[in-house]
Design a protein. Structure first.
Length: 269
């Protein structure tokens, strides 16, 4: 990508097709299991400051706000932020939120204190310089804080094209088809994202494949299954290989190594 993606022109379509679908329901369910694990890194009942970076309509941070946590939500799209404001207000959670019309790169200008948790979901694949954006964002995390990153998986994109028989497209390097506006132009290599997080002082704690087989099913309208079965099996398989690496998205989370941060500060004195 040559520039970061702004969803102003298709915000309503994005919300309907991504969040209001079976795909969105699976995503929400498997990630929320990880969120529960992440919260165990903090003392019970401790109010947290959560940065929902490029958070769209805040599907993950809203349940966290409902538990009493304070959320800073930023998005590059003013339309997406307005849709978020409407949903948050309907849930009577507006008092828990600071809404910021800002790129992820500029969010530091709006943070009064380092966040305890950073949520960065399905944004990395839409920015022009993903490594730099991720590292800059994670630099705002407080020592001991937790980072939650979900990204579009290049391995999953390759596998999808292979099982669909799009071999010529694969041989051509899988150039982005512009008619698929909601599909990121390119995925990210999992090992690269893991390394960028570790370079930022994050000790990785968990990896989850998001939709490890659902998107590869030839026809989700026929067959001997229910959606409840799909969801249950996705939950069962999503944290074991090879299914993690086959997820259309991968959710990876980890905790900031406070001691390495302190050692770095000593070195810079």
């Amino acid at each position: 990508m040559t520039e970061d993606k702004n969803f102003d022109d298709i915000a309503h379509k994005f919300v309907k097709n991504i969040y209001g679908s079976g795909k969105g329901e699976i995503r929400q369910a498997v990630i929320w299991h990880d969120i529960e694990q992440m919260l165990q890194c903090f003392p019970p009942d401790q109010p947290l400051h959560i940065l929902d970076a490029g958070g769209g309509v805040a599907p993950i941070s809203q349940p966290l706000a409902a538990r009493g946590h304070r959320v800073t939500l930023c998005d590059l799209s003013s339309q997406m932020l307005e849709l978020a404001r409407q949903e948050i207000e309907q849930q009577d959670l507006l008092a828990q939120y600071q809404l910021v019309h800002s790129s992820v790169q500029s969010i530091g200008e709006h943070l009064a204190s380092p966040p305890d948790v950073i949520l960065f979901h399905a944004v990395l694949e839409w920015v022009a310089a993903p490594e730099q954006v991720l590292k800059d964002l994670l630099s705002h995390l407080r020592p001991g804080g937790v980072a939650s990153v979900m990204f579009y998986n290049q391995t999953g994109l390759l596998f999808k094209n292979l099982v669909c028989g799009n071999l010529t497209h694969v041989e051509q390097g899988m150039p982005h088809r512009k008619r698929f506006k909601l599909q990121p132009p390119k995925g990210l290599q999992p090992d690269s994202v893991y390394q960028w997080m570790q370079d930022s002082g994050i000790s990785l704690k968990g990896k989850t494949g998001v939709r490890t087989f659902h998107d590869y099913m030839r026809d989700t309208n026929i067959g001997d299954f229910t959606f409840e079965q799909v969801l249950a099996l996705e939950q069962q398989l999503c944290r074991q290989e090879p299914f993690v690496s086959l997820g259309r998205y991968i959710h990876v989370w980890g905790q900031h190594n406070a001691s390495s941060h302190q050692d770095e500060n000593k070195d810079n004195r």
